[in-house]
Write a protein that binds this ligand. Structure first.
Ligand code: BDR
Ligand code: CA
Length: 309
C-alpha cells in the first residue's frame, strides 16, 4: 500500500475523503494532520478526532496551523456550518490529538518511511508550506503532492479563486513552486464529481456506521450546493477526488500545464493561473485534473464504504 499523509480541514468532503482513504487497501494512511480552513484550527482537529472516534479508528492526528502564513483566516461556515461538520451526530473525541505538531508529525513520517510518501492536502496549503520552510530536506522522500484546490476555469469563493487556494495563496505559491510533482484536483474535475439521483440512498443502504455517516454528511453538504447557490444536481465531492486519484488515477483525465498562483491581484488573488494554451513556454509544473469517470468514482467510494464493519 502507498504511504500517504492526509492534511485536511474537515469539512464534509474532507471527512468523506478520510473515510475513503482509511477504507482502501491501496493506501497506508501514516498520519492525519489538520489545518484551519473550513473552520478554525480548534474545530477542524476536533472534527477529525470525532470522525475517527465514531469509527473506533485510532490514528495519529496532529494539529497544524491555526491561520494562513500571512493573511487573516477565512472560514466557510456557510458551507460546513458552525462546527465545520454540521449534520451527523458525532461523539466527542475518545482519544487525544498527537503531542506533535502537524509539521513535526509529517517530518517524522516522511523521514522514517522506506518508500516515498504521497501528500494529500484537502485544505489550505499552510501546513505543507510550513513543512517545506522548516524542513526542506523532506522533499527528497516525497513521491508527489495530490491536492484539492484551484481551478483552470472559474472560482467558487471569488470569480477567480477556489476556496483552499484563496485562504492561503502564499502557501499555495510555495507548494506549486516546490519542484515536486503536483497533481491539482481543482473545480474543473470536482464539480463533475457530484453525487446524483439515488446514490446517497444507495450509500446509506450499505447500513454500516461509515455509510450512515457519509450519507448524513451528503445530506447536509447538498443543501448549499443545490438551489439557489450553485444550482448543482448534487453535492460535489471535491476532496474525495484527491484521494480517489491516488487510489486509481486511471479514472481521471489530466494534462500537464504551467500553473502559477496569483498572490497580489486585485480581482484574481488566489487564482491558480493555468497556462492552458502554453503561451509562456514555462515549465509544465502541474498535472491538472480535468475530468473523471463519475460512475467509477462513485462505485469506488461505495465499494470502500462496504469494507467497514
Ligand atoms: C474546498 O473548500 C472546502 O470547503 C472543501 O472542503 C474543499 O476542500 C472546495 O473549494
Ligand atoms: Ca477541504
Amino acid at each position: 500500500a502507498k504511504p500517504v499523509i492526509i492534511d485536511c480541514d474537515p469539512g464534509h468532503d474532507d471527512a468523506i475523503a478520510l473515510l475513503l482513504a482509511l477504507g482502501s487497501e491501496k493506501l497506508d494512511v501514516k498520519g492525519i494532520t489538520t489545518v484551519a480552513g473550513n473552520q478554525t484550527g480548534d474545530k477542524t482537529i476536533n472534527n477529525a478526532l470525532r470522525v475517527l472516534s465514531y469509527l473506533d479508528i485510532h490514528k495519529e492526528v496532529a494539529k497544524g496551523a491555526t491561520k494562513p502564513l500571512i493573511r487573516d483566516l477565512i472560514t466557510a461556515a456557510e458551507v460546513h456550518g458552525e462546527s465545520g461538520l454540521e449534520g451527523p451526530e458525532l461523539p466527542e473525541p475518545s482519544f487525544e490529538k498527537s503531542e506533535k505538531s502537524a509539521i513535526e508529525l509529517m517530518y517524522e513520517i516522511i523521514n522514517q518511511s522506506k518508500e516515498k510518501v504521497t501528500l494529500i492536502p484537502t485544505g489550505p496549503l499552510t501546513n505543507i508550506a510550513n513543512l517545506f520552510l522548516a524542513y526542506p530536506s523532506v522533499k527528497d522522500n516525497i513521491e508527489e503532492i495530490v491536492l484539492m484546490g484551484g481551478a483552470c476555469f472559474g472560482g467558487n469563493w471569488t470569480p477567480a479563486a477556489e476556496f483552499n487556494i484563496l485562504v492561503d495563496p502564499e502557501a499555495a505559491d510555495i507548494v506549486y513552486r516546490s519542484g515536486l510533482p503536483v497533481t491539482m484536483c481543482g473545480l474543473d474535475v470536482t464539480h463533475k464529481a457530484q453525487v446524483l439521483g439515488d446514490e446517497t440512498e444507495r450509500i446509506r443502504s450499505i447500513g454500516n456506521k461509515a455509510s450512515k455517516l457519509v450519507a448524513e454528511l451528503l445530506d447536509y453538504f447538498a443543501i448549499f450546493h443545490m438551489n439557489p447557490n450553485f444550482g448543482f444536481d448534487g453535492p460535489p465531492l471535491h476532496d474525495v477526488c484527491a484521494v480517489a486519484y491516488v487510489i486509481d488515477p486511471s479514472i481521471f483525465t489530466t494534462k500537464k500545464h504551467n500553473v502559477e498562483i496569483d498572490i497580489s491581484g486585485e480581482l484574481t488573488v488566489g487564482a491558480t493561473v493555468v497556462d492552458y494554451y502554453d503561451t509562456s513556454g514555462k515549465e509544465k509544473n502541474v498535472n491538472v485534473v480535468f475530468d473523471l469517470d463519475r460512475e467509477k468514482f462513485i462505485d469506488m467510494l461505495y465499494d470502500n464504504l462496504k469494507k467497514y464493519n
